[in-house]
Design a protein around this ligand. Structure first.
Ligand code: CDP
Length: 151
């Protein structure tokens, strides 16, 4: 029956196995350079415009998260980066999407808002609370800020 199938894939208190298997990953970067963290202000869609995020985007089929991150940061900001480590955690976005975050080091280039953003800021260790971050980015930003202060 439908309810038996539901029970099989939806253990109490957990998200269903099917949902987890089909979730699409959005990868974002906590990009560091010279002791500062990069924040990017979204220009679209309307409901997110003006809010700040860790830049990134959706994985393409077959792509590893680190590859997707390097590609997205190149496309959106015109920079080369090196992923360093995953920030533990996975945060729900719209249904079917989850956010994962990696720290990354700026290797070359000066970030410019080429697509999706209309402003960029480098935040020092005491400035990471000074922009209006997207709610879903806040736990990863808090950890990225802690790493920045401890480095
Ligand atoms: O560029 P692409 O379409 O691959 O991705 P995106 O539009 O930049 O991000 C996909 C979704 O993830 C959007 O709904 C963003 O709002 C969300 N996102 C987020 O919540 N936090 C981030 N740091 C990056 C993206």
């Amino acid at each position: 029956s439908a309810s038996a199938r539901e029970a099989a894939v939806a253990p109490p208190g957990g998200r269903s196995t099917l949902r987890r298997m089909t979730e699409r990953v959005v990868v974002a970067g906590a990009v560091y350079d010279r002791g500062r963290l990069l924040a990017a202000r979204r220009s679209a869609p309307e409901e997110l415009a003006g809010r700040w995020e860790l830049p990134g985007g959706k994985l393409e089929p077959g792509e590893r998260p680190e590859e997707a991150l390097v590609r997205e940061l190149r496309e959106e900001l015109g920079v080369e980066t090196e992923p360093l480590a995953r920030i533990p955690g996975s945060w729900p976005l719209k249904p079917g999407y989850v956010l994962q975050v990696w720290t990354a080091r700026l290797v070359s280039g000066e970030p410019r808002p080429l697509e999706d953003h209309d402003a960029l800021r480098w935040l020092g260790p005491d400035e990471t609370d000074t922009v209006d971050w997207l709610d879903q980015d806040r736990p990863a930003v808090a950890e990225a800020a802690r790493l920045l202060r401890d480095s």
